[in-house]
Design a protein around this ligand. Structure first.
Ligand SMILES: Nc1ncnc2c1ncn2[C@@H]1O[C@H](COP(=O)(O)OP(=O)(O)O)[C@@H](O)[C@H]1O
Ligand SMILES: [Mg+2]
Length: 286
């Protein structure tokens, strides 16, 4: 990356995903410091991806919630676009988890916060489709649900929308997301269930060596409860995770219900395992 982008001086890289790199930039005339999301160069020339990126900007612009990064606009440099948004000064939940530097109470706090953003998005007919710890940004006690790059909007507010292909991060994808069926917020709630399972047990409900392997285990394998993987897990929390992982969308709790249920006291006297795992991420259609 060059040292400037449009009116911004680039100061450092904040993070990288399958689609984009996010940089910290300082506006040359106002001095404002923002996060600049920039598509990977090999993807930026693909029209469908460029369109998706513009949709992400439009969507972010329409959202106003304390747990979603504020949108400040788009900037262009030599024909390349970047989304300008609020800078979350810490790191993402996945990195913090891998470092082992977050207590289980904090994990529940941040997941509950992310669920408030989901309740807000779902009420507007938006399905995020890529909820996972890597897309949850943490700075101190503050949480931001980021990366609306795969989000779908239900234009007719019928509480469901139909994607064109399976998209998402395989470990976190709901069965209906794989089947390319109509989706509603319940697909995100499945991903919340996987995220909780992963953060608290350091394993996934369905492990696999490839995206298809994960999908096959989800469809035909035996579900192992989070409590089986970690017997000290509080039963209430285990039941919540199990219900979030229900194969049928209509049986999963809503984001609002999760906000109410995720009480940090659920882990008060429970010692949960330390993270220790080498994880391979598989990305699909991103
Ligand atoms: N507003 C932000 N402030 C700070 N870091 C961010 C911000 N947005 C994203 N990041 C970091 O950049 C990473 C990639 O951003 P993301 O939007 O998830 O890209 P992708 O669509 O490629 O997955 C995130 O996992 C996070 O670590
Ligand atoms: Mg991401």
């Amino acid at each position: 990356m060059k040292s400037s982008f449009g009116p911004y001086n680039i100061q450092q890289t904040l993070g990288e995903g399958a689609m984009a790199t996010v940089y910290l930039g300082q506006h040359r005339s106002t001095g404002a410091v923002h996060a600049l999301k920039h598509l990977h160069p090999h993807l930026a020339s693909i029209p469908a991806i460029k369109e998706q990126f513009c949709n992400e900007a439009k969507l972010l612009d329409s959202l106003e919630h304390p747990v979603i990064p504020r949108y400040f606009g788009k900037v262009e440099d030599e024909g390349r676009l970047a989304i300008v948004m609020e800078w979350s000064t810490g790191t993402n939940l996945d990195e913090l988890h891998e470092k082992g530097s977050l207590s289980d109470r904090s994990k529940l706090h941040h997941m509950a916060q992310a669920a408030t953003a989901l309740a807000y998005a779902h009420a507007r007919g938006i399905v995020h489709r890529d909820v996972k710890p890597e897309n949850i940004l943490i700075s101190g006690d503050e949480t931001k649900l980021a990366d609306f790059g795969l989000s779908l909007i239900d234009q007719n507010k019928t509480q469901s929308c139909t994607p064109q292909s399976p998209q998402g991060t395989p470990y976190f994808m709901a069965p209906e997301q794989w089947r390319v069926e109509k989706l509603n917020g319940a697909a995100d709630m499945y991903s919340v269930g996987v995220s909780l399972y992963y953060l608290l047990t350091n394993t996934f409900p369905f492990e696999g060596n490839s995206a298809l392997d994960i999908r096959a285990k989800q469809a035909f394998g035996t579900k192992v409860s989070a409590k089986t993987r970690h017997p000290l897990l509080c039963t209430q929390l285990d039941e919540l995770i199990t219900s979030l992982l229900h194969s049928e969308a209509r049986f999963r709790p809503s984001a609002k219900e999760v906000v109410r249920a995720l009480n940090p006291s659920l882990v008060r006297r429970r010692k949960l395992p330390k993270p220790s795992k080498n994880r391979t991420q598989y990305l699909l259609s991103r």
